[in-house]
Design a protein around this ligand. Structure first.
Ligand code: ATP
Ligand code: MG
Length: 316
């Protein structure tokens, strides 16, 4: 659905995007994460045809945003990170006005507006003035507006910023509904754990280049989230038992356990972690006094800091 090829954008000497290559499949709920200034907004604006790249190209559903921006624009719903709403307009008037701009006929307009107000939980605010809505409600109204022309691709630039936890949860719910409508969603945030929770795929952007792009599962694998296996015993195994346990650990996981303390063992490496269950079953069969058997997972926050670690060094 999205393809960026050697996409670059410079503002004077400042390089916002540096030959970015990116592919996002149809139907993905794709998170776009990176530190301030990484180029998230710039990429999104290029895809929404609001700014042109300095070089390279980007395609939405095969249509170039550089060569055919008018056609590409129809495929994209865009919610910017900062937006104003008009004073003296009611919620329904606001949507009606935009629907008019998009040349949606009156009957179709009514049906669409009802459905979108329902989707964004604003049905009871239909008659409210937009400037009197809370920030979270304005965000949802802007989302409704971005969906009016039924775009194939929805681009949301930090839709959850400034929202309280309840509003964030509501936004997540709305987005999973949008995603179920077979739309592709690209959503940016600084918060990797939050994105990883709701997205199927993520791209980590740093200084205008993708440091990682793929499924959340692949990210966890690639970033060595898998840690050593810890086995704890409620009483230290006797020598004979210890020998038997070491032998089966070696056989199943291909690694010898390390035990500085007699009742806590570590098995380094995670290459054969898919055989953990087998090892546990073997230990139980030997009636080993196991009371804990687990692998730690590094937090996604730490992964984010690791991937983007050069960032701090570049800030002088
Ligand atoms: N209109 C502009 N004029 C000059 N420089 C700009 C402009 N827009 C963005 N930049 C620069 O481009 C780089 C990328 O900015 P961009 O807004 O795309 O980052 P971002 O990843 O969205 O950051 P944030 O998380 O802070 O929103 C930054 O160095 C920024 O200063
Ligand atoms: Mg931004």
């Amino acid at each position: 659905m999205i393809r960026c090829e050697q996409l670059s954008k410079r503002y004077g000497k400042n390089v916002a995007l540096n030959q970015l290559n990116l592919q996002i499949g149809a139907g993905e709920l794709h998170g776009f994460v990176g530190p301030n200034g990484a180029g998230k907004t710039t990429t999104m604006k290029i895809l929404a045809t609001l700014t042109r790249p300095t070089s390279g190209n980007a395609y939405v559903d095969g249509i170039s945003v550089v060569e055919n921006p008018q056609k590409a624009r129809r495929l994209v719903g865009y919610m910017p990170d900062f937006f104003g709403v008009y004073d003296n307009l009611k919620v329904w008037e606001y949507l009606d006005m935009y629907a008019g701009c998009m040349e949606i006929g009156p009957r179709e307009r009514r049906r669409k507006m009802d459905a979108l107000l329902e989707l964004t939980a604003l049905a009871d605010k239909r008659e409210a003035y937009v400037d009197a809505l809370s920030r979270g409600m304005k965000q949802r109204l802007c989302l409704a507006r971005a969906l009016l022309h039924d775009p194939k691709l929805l681009i949301l630039d930090e839709p959850a910023s400034g929202m309280d936890p309840r509003s964030r949860a509501q936004m997540r719910e709305i987005l999973s509904e949008v995603s179920a409508m077979e739309k592709t969603v690209l959503i940016s945030s600084h918060i990797l754990p939050e994105l990883a929770q709701m997205c199927s795929h993520v791209t980590i952007l740093e200084r205008g280049q993708a440091k990682f792009s793929g499924s959340v599962k692949a990210l966890e694998k690639q970033m060595h989230l898998d840690q050593a296996l810890t086995i704890r015993f409620y009483q230290p195994p006797d020598e004979q038992m210890a020998q038997a346990l070491e032998a089966c650990t070696q056989k199943i996981l291909g690694t010898k356990p390390v035990h500085e303390q007699q009742d806590v063992w570590y098995v380094p490496g995670a290459e054969h972690r898919d055989r953990d269950g087998e090892l546990l079953a073997a230990m139980m069969a030997l009636q080993a006094p196991v009371c804990d058997f687990h692998r730690e997972r590094a937090s996604l926050e730490r992964v984010f800091l690791e991937v983007t670690q050069d960032e701090n060094q570049s800030v002088i």
